[in-house]
Design a binder for this molecule. Structure first.
Ligand code: SF4
Length: 612
């Protein structure tokens, strides 16, 4: 089986049992890997009643056929489960080196069920897996945990995925951290890991990924790397990391300010990528075999920290412009605190910004917060709240439940800027209306990695051959909705391969690389079928979990026009866009459910009786 190691590690933490299982070839061929393949495995065992923090919720670490090969920017790993934050499908995707190393250790993925009686950690070294007591690791931050696991293994080159205090305390936006500050951030996968009493996974190995056509693959990889030299997006990412988008995001009105309610703010330009590089950057960093090297190592010396991983654009916006903090070093440090404690910077920033908004409106008072003033722009409060959320201390315990829980608790659910309970990331759908589809139909709740229409409409390498064509960013037509659905399917395929979204070599080269690795002989339309099949399976999982057509919507605050800035006076016509997207997917526009015909066309007939 080319492109796969052929083995999944199964771990039952309740029984303390570990065993190898051959990868299901039929599943792999139909759902590829990453979050696609994880969804197929999870679909077999969860239902509407499964508790995301219960032992029965499987936590899946899954790689894809390109991971650990010479394909540039494919050093990734998906972490998937039902989400405790959203209660529906949860997935997060991390870079670094953990994914490739898991394959070198001999496995395509790990499926973990049960709950250990006491904290444990898992080692997988050269095909041998073992559980260890984690009493000495419990309570450590994510950096110290990674270091200690490497020492315990006596493998300085081992790669470690772990949780920090936020995951241990099951904060609903807890991340799984790896390779220092890389994060599988969204949907609370760290809380699922914490609920299983699993502190860390250390991996090390040397097994090669078997390739169907090593020479053909090598040749297309050479072409992809050569072409990167001409890629302006890659050049900008190399120069200033994802922070290079700050100035552009502000110009388009895409970077949210003051809890998504303000169109312009002078202070936001203090968060620019160029300033970050000039004043705080130590060096740039790269994931496994990635020539783009968009990662940053910065410093926050005022806080005594010489090495900070990041910050990314999302972090700068969520902990900066959204909370009205324009002190770049303070934002860098806030990102560092999230890394240490293992928190998703997006959900953390949005929830703190919501608390600031509620405080300003008098909905929250010091009597509710244990005496804390939560004000926009208050750096000390921002830092303190991050730690309190991770440790569930005082009012942090309320914030650790996420934005919807906070807004509902105080009787203002309409203030939560979430879709399907996941906090909206730092791309405003008023700036690129196609993002309305990306968010409303995203399988994991509001997510910019499930259909980045801001990238399409700014011409950042969309696959035009597949009908994903840049257009007017404000034009809310059914055709735009169709394009957004195609882009969502395309990115779901990326999340299955798994390939970084910044690596866009074009359809022909991607096909050649995938066929060179797997020998599948796929053609271009086969790629789109794979993407749509994966999105539709995740949709079915969410329908099983109680999502309905009425949940395909944007939050109220994002449907109010702003009176200045790059989106002045505009809001997306969501229903028009959705009509196009349902038509593209073959989902019933009344119920939002895939039709039987669609399920059969996508070879999803095995679930047809449940949903039609
Ligand atoms: S572009 Fe950045 S995030 Fe993507 S693989 Fe390369 S270093 Fe990692």
């Amino acid at each position: 089986m080319y492109g796969y190691l052929g083995k999944i590690l199964r771990v039952d933490l309740t029984a303390g049992r570990i065993w190898d299982e051959p990868i299901n070839e039929e599943y792999a061929r139909a759902f590829v890997g990453g979050s696609g393949l994880a969804a197929r495995y999870i679909c077999d065992v969860v239902d509407g009643e499964t508790d995301p923090l219960g032992p029965e919720n499987p936590l899946v670490f899954m790689t894809g056929p390109l991971v650990g090969t010479a394909m540039p920017s494919a050093g990734r790993c998906s972490v998937c489960a039902l989400s405790p934050l959203t209660r529906i499908w949860g997935e997060a995707n991390t870079g670094g080196f953990f994914g490739p190393e898991l394959r070198f250790a001999g496995y395509d993925g790990i499926i973990i069920t049960g709950r250990a009686e006491r904290p444990v950690w898992l080692s997988i070294v050269r095909g041998q897996a073992e559980l260890h007591d984690a009493a000495n690791l419990w309570g450590l931050d994510s950096y110290a945990t990674q270091e200690q696991v490497r020492e315990a293994l006596d493998e300085p080159k081992a790669r470690v995925a772990c949780i920090g205090p936020a995951g241990e305390n099951q904060a609903k936006m807890a991340a799984v951290m790896n390779d220092h500050g890389r994060a599988a951030g969204r949907t609370g996968m760290g809380a699922v890991m914490g609920s299983k009493n699993l502190k860390a996974i250390g991996v090390r190995g040397m097994a090669p990924v078997p390739l169907a056509d090593p020479e053909g693959f090598k040749s297309v990889v050479r072409e992809i790397i050569a072409d990167l030299g001409e890629d302006m997006v890659a050049a900008s990412l190399q120069l200033a990391g994802t922070a290079c988008y700050v100035d552009m995001g502000l110009m388009y009105g895409d970077m949210p300010i003051r809890y998504y309610q303000q169109g312009e703010w002078e202070g936001a330009s203090n968060l620019s990528g160029v300033l970050m590089v000039e004043q705080y950057q130590n060096k740039n960093t790269a994931c496994y075999r990635c020539p783009i090297a968009c990662g940053r190592e910065t410093r926050a010396l005022r806080y005594g920290v010489e090495k900070v991983d990041g910050p990314e654009y999302e972090t700068l916006a969520a902990l900066g412009s959204l909370t009205m903090v324009d002190d770049l070093e303070a934002v860098i440090y806030a990102g560092h605190l999230c890394n240490l404690h293992g928190l998703d910077t997006i959900s953390t920033g949005v929830t703190i910004a919501l608390a600031s908004e509620m405080f300003e409106r008098g909905i929250l008072t010091p009597a509710d917060t244990g005496g804390l003033e939560i004000r926009y722009g208050d750096v000390q409060a921002l830092h303190r709240l991050i730690e309190m959320m991770a440790r569930r201390e005082g009012f942090g315990n309320v914030l650790a439940e996420g934005s919807v829980a906070l807004a509902e608790r105080f009787g203002v659910p309409e203030l939560a800027v979430t879709v399907n309970r996941l906090e909206v990331p730092m791309h405003d759908p008023r700036a690129f209306v196609g993002m309305a589809v990306a968010y409303a139909l995203s399988p994991r709740g509001a997510c910019h990695l499930q259909g980045d229409m801001y990238g399409v409409d700014t011409g950042q390498g969309p696959p035009i051959e597949l009908g994903i064509v840049p257009g007017d960013r404000f034009e809310a037509t059914e055709e735009k909705g169709r394009i957004a659905a195609r882009q969502q399917a395309w990115r779901n395929l990326y999340n299955a391969l798994i390939l970084c979204h910044f690596q866009n070599p074009g359809v022909e080269r991607l096909l050649a690389a995938l066929n060179g690795v797997t020998g599948w002989g796929l053609e271009a339309d086969g790629l789109m079928t794979l993407g749509k099949r994966i999105v539709t399976l995740k949709r079915l999982l969410n329908l099983r979990r109680g999502i309905t057509r009425a949940d395909d919507r944007l939050p109220d605050l994002l449907l109010k026009p702003l009176d200045s800035g790059g989106t002045e006076g505009t809001v997306p016509e969501v229903e028009t866009l959705l009509a196009g997207a349902y038509a593209e997917y073959g989902w019933d526009p009344e119920t939002g459910a895939p039709t039987r015909e669609t399920l059969e066309e996508l070879d999803l007939g095995f679930v047809a009786d449940e949903f039609t």
